[in-house]
Design a protein. Structure first.
Length: 208
């Protein structure tokens, strides 16, 4: 989902611009936020925890973020953007709607499994971060539902509502596995969900 180990700045003098330095610091701080919350949760994570893992100064942190929540939201947005890109890549290619769904859903599960820290941030700790984060999560779920409808070639209000239900149900199913750090259980969600979508299409519940 996200680069696991953001690069460090080179030692000593370097030719990186200020913007590039800030980009490296931002990536390291976002990754450190996800790592710290895997161990301590959002409430138990302090700015100091993030700085220690990122090896970035407090001054640099507050030059980029106004607060722990601000850093969390940046990490959340980074994770969601890169997740969308991975899904878009998986959606390329032919096949019937179920094949396209299976390819994209498998990529989604693998993205979560490959980055457990960001997966926990995205699915679990978002609820501890407060109303702003929860609202952002809701917006992303709606975007994913629209993307799912487009992926499967579905249109109409009923079909889009059905896609919203699928996205919400999937979120509820994968969150316990992510919270427990059980990647086998996370991947096991895939086949029954794909089969259920197949049955929905055959029954006409997803009106193409």
């Amino acid at each position: 989902m996200v680069q696991s180990s953001p690069r460090r700045l080179p030692r000593g003098r370097h030719a990186l611009s200020r913007g590039e330095v800030e980009r490296v610091h931002r990536d390291r701080l976002c990754a450190a936020m996800a790592e710290a919350m895997t161990e301590k949760g959002y409430v138990g994570t302090s700015v100091e925890d993030v700085l220690r893992r990122a090896r970035v100064s407090r001054q640099s942190f507050y030059g980029l973020f106004s607060s722990k929540l601000d850093c969390f939201m940046a990490a959340f947005d980074q994770a969601s953007t890169l997740l969308r890109r991975q899904l878009e890549g998986a959606a390329e290619g032919g096949g019937d709607p179920v094949t396209r769904f299976e390819r994209a859903f498998t990529a989604y599960l693998e993205a979560l499994a490959s980055e457990p820290g960001y997966a926990r941030l995205f699915l679990v700790e978002v609820y501890a971060a407060g109303p702003e984060a929860i609202q952002r999560r809701s917006e992303i779920q709606h975007d994913l539902a629209d993307a799912l409808a487009g992926l499967m070639g579905l249109s109409g209000d009923a079909a889009r509502f059905a896609c919203q239900i699928v996205v919400s149900a999937v979120g509820a199913m994968v969150t316990p596995a992510v919270a427990a750090g059980d990647m086998e259980a996370l991947r096991a969600v895939g086949p029954p969900v794909v089969e259920h979508v197949r049955l929905l299409l055959r029954s006409g519940a997803l009106d193409a």
